[in-house]
Ligand binder design. Structure first.
Ligand SMILES: C[S@@+](CC[C@H](N)C(=O)[O-])C[C@H]1O[C@@H](n2cnc3c(N)ncnc32)[C@H](O)[C@@H]1O
Length: 496
């Protein structure tokens, strides 16, 4: 440690591809924007930057502190970065910060840990290495790597030992960073929005919300804003939270286009509007304007759940590669229709299509019977909406009078509503599909989901109209295509 900047070289096996490491560096305007979220003055800053890359984040924060009217007494940065090729960049960034701090009389030190943050942080937490609050960080700023953690991996085991159950690196980083903070320590992180509702993120949400008080969540309007992390364009959010067990009464949801310098809209929300105290899944709903809030109130005003309607939603049971030996390109005497997203045609299922590219039938034999559902009305919902689709939730009714078959196969890219594995009443099915296809439900869904995937858990979490309302809505619909405007008007008059 010659100049206050310490580099601790550790295992060098991390020479993976940059992409493997989730190396999406934060552009300077976003880093400055994130630094502006820190709101609690401190005389001594102990900053954690986990997955530090070239050091953009802690640098932005330290620069903001040094240029304030009253610069702090000291700034200490601890940067974890697994990629050795980033270390010289980090050293350079921190050398500059040291000069900036010196010029305003702020003591500066930085420690670069060229190692795996998961390994180090889980060990520190499991062994209780941070005994007192003064050993802990009082600020963390992160843009964590985004990658799945395999269930049998060492990282997953270490996390489990530290009491953290999560399957993505980014939520692992968030959970670990939050546990390394002192009481009232602040965390600002830019992450994908998927943690707000994904079923796999439920244990993370509960853990995080129990120990961190959300102060502000910033939403970028555009899906490609900031940066896109993988092939599935994900919305990014910036969260600001403070280590505390107290549940906040309110928080700020802000939004902007994502273009540097674009105006930022602020909205004060009641905490219960963002995380409902009755929601066992602890979904995080992000309502950014009055219109969205009124839709949220309309939908949450409906108090019927799927169990109340005696309905269940499941994911289609036919997985192509597992059932390949039973799949057929054409229907035959011993087959059942195999329904896929491509069979959606407005409000009805069109099966078979004239130009099927994938198998559209499944042979009915003992080994496939458990994959099939009996003849009946079902509401099908695409699990992945295509980019060109205006709505995230796309629903359609399977009408057994249009397709003669005693059983039906539903492919795994579809969710389906049923009653105990059997069909549902015709008008309830039509009313349910209309409700799901309405703009109201689409807007409500977007408050808690930032991606194009629609999970069965998401569909379970939506409030529904009661059975009589669904029946009467369904009775008003024919099989003819109706415009979105007309559908919304009908749903408005029947449901709200
Ligand atoms: C999304 S980048 C962000 C970099 C930087 N914080 C920024 O905002 O520009 C994530 C960084 O985490 C690093 N990283 C990935 N896995 C890591 C691990 N297990 N421990 C420490 N760093 C890791 C990557 O090499 C990459 O530089």
């Amino acid at each position: 440690m010659s100049n206050g900047i310490n580099t601790l070289p550790l295992p060098g096996e991390a020479q993976n591809q940059k992409r493997e490491l989730g190396q999406f560096l934060t552009p300077a305007p976003i880093a400055d924007f994130m630094a502006s979220f820190f709101s609690t003055p401190k005389s001594e800053w102990r900053i954690l930057d986990a997955g530090a890359g070239a050091g953009a984040l802690a640098s932005a924060l330290a620069r903001k502190l040094c240029t304030a009217t009253h610069p702090p007494d000291s700034i200490r940065i601890t940067a974890y970065e697994i990629d050795p090729s980033m270390v010289p960049l980090l050293r350079r960034a921190y050398a500059q910060l040291q000069r900036d701090c010196q010029s305003v009389g702020t003591a500066f030190s930085a420690t670069i840990l060229n190692t795996d943050f998961i390994e180090c942080a889980t060990e520190a937490i499991s062994r209780g290495l941070f005994s007192s609050d003064t050993d802990r960080f009082n600020a963390a700023i992160l843009n964590p790597p985004y990658r799945k953690i395999n269930s049998g991996s060492r990282a997953r085991k270490l996390l489990r030992i530290a009491g953290i159950e999560t399957s993505n690196l980014y939520t692992a980083f968030l959970a670990l960073a939050s546990q390394l903070l002192s009481k009232s320590g602040e965390l600002v992180a830019i992450t994908p929005r998927s943690f707000c509702n994904g079923p796999y993120f439920r244990p993370f949400r509960r853990l995080f919300l129990e120990s961190m008080r959300l102060q502000r969540i910033h939403v970028f309007d555009s899906r490609s804003a900031a940066f896109s992390r993988d092939a599935v364009l994900q919305e990014n959010v910036i969260i600001h939270a403070i280590r505390s067990k107290n549940v906040p009464r309110q928080l700020i949801v802000s939004s902007s286009s994502g273009t540097p310098g674009a105006p930022v809209r602020f909205r004060k929300c009641k905490y219960c509007e963002v995380v409902s105290p009755n929601d066992p899944n602890a979904f995080i709903h992000l309502v950014t304007d009055d219109n969205e809030l009124s839709v949220r109130h309309q939908i949450t005003g409906l108090s019927t759940s799927l169990p109340d309607l005696m309905l269940t939603v499941s994911t289609g049971r036919v997985v192509d590669f597992r059932a390949s030996e039973f799949l057929r390109m054409r229907r035959g005497a011993d087959t059942a229709p195999l329904l896929r997203p491509c069979h959606f045609n407005g409000p009805v299922i069109e099966w078979p299509r004239s130009n099927e590219r994938k198998p559209c039938a499944i042979s009915v034999v003992d080994r496939t019977r458990r994959l099939l559902v009996p003849r009946g009305y079902y509401v099908l919902v695409k699990r992945f909406s295509a980019k060109e689709e205006k709505r995230r939730i796309v629903a359609c009714v399977y009408d057994p009078t249009r397709i003669q078959s005693e059983s039906v196969g539903i492919e795994n890219h579809l969710n389906y509503f049923h009653t105990n594995g059997k069909g549902i009443d015709r008008n309830v099915a039509k009313g349910l599909a209309a409700y799901l296809n309405s703009t109201f439900v689409d807007q409500y869904f977007r408050h808690f989901s930032g991606h194009t995937q629609v999970n069965a858990t998401d569909l379970r979490s939506i409030p529904y109209p009661d059975r009589t309302t669904l029946e009467s809505l369904g009775a008003k619909l024919s099989d003819q295509y109706i415009t979105q405007l007309d559908l919304d008007e009908l749903v408005r008059s029947e449901v709200f």
